[in-house]
Design a protein. Sequence first.
Length: 275
Amino acid sequence: MDLVLDAADRHLLTPYVYPSGWPEAEPCRQLLSLFLITNLGALALYLLFGTLSYYFIFDHRLKRHPLFLEDQVRREITYALQSLPWISVPTVALFFAEVRGYSKLYDNIEDSPYGWTGVFLSMLSFLFFTDMGIYWIHRGLHHKLFYKRFHKPHHLWKIATPFASHAFHPVDGFMQSLPYHVYPFLFPLHKVTYLGLYIFVNVWTISIHDGDYRVPRFLRHVINGSAHHTDHHLYFDYNYGQYFTLWDKIGGSYKSPSAFEGEGPHDYLRRLRRK
């Protein structure tokens, strides 16, 4: 995140926003800047990719499903916009620790013990580590001690749109993002790679709420896509994973998506039309 902060300071904050005598490395200034950057960045990613997905990928016929709520899209967006600033508060604290040098993020490929191979392996490691972490956190949020208070709001959307992707209770949203932020404190990771992965995970989160169930047949039971996550919203106790089905299979919570079995939301709508 220090790369983004440096760019913001150089091109916007130092010349146009802050008093000239306020040092860029001053902690209060960094915290304030990170709060602004994190919120604006999250808002831009959510609205940009959510809107693109909603208008160009999401099948609007799903809005005819009986479980699609009245005025749902507006409610999803409103809930997300109310939650994102609160989610950003602990997130900024972790970004601040990164900026102050407490993480294992590095600037140059030469700093990787294995060069470009190390960068590539760290990307795979990041995906598998965060997939594991999110699985267990997500599953824990379904426990009766936490579900009603923190996770139930996200399950209001039985037939979700891309705008449901970030419509979480703030505690729920931060907890499920925690593995992304913890990783660079445990393992070396290139800074630009981390930024790219951070954008990717936000786009992926939108994609598993877009109602587009198309996946190459040989990956259907490997990749946790929109079909799997749709069943999670519909049936509650299945498919907690983020990218892969591995941990659901290990944890006994895997369900073959109903959309692949001819029993998904589109199939239900087709039967309704026949009647």
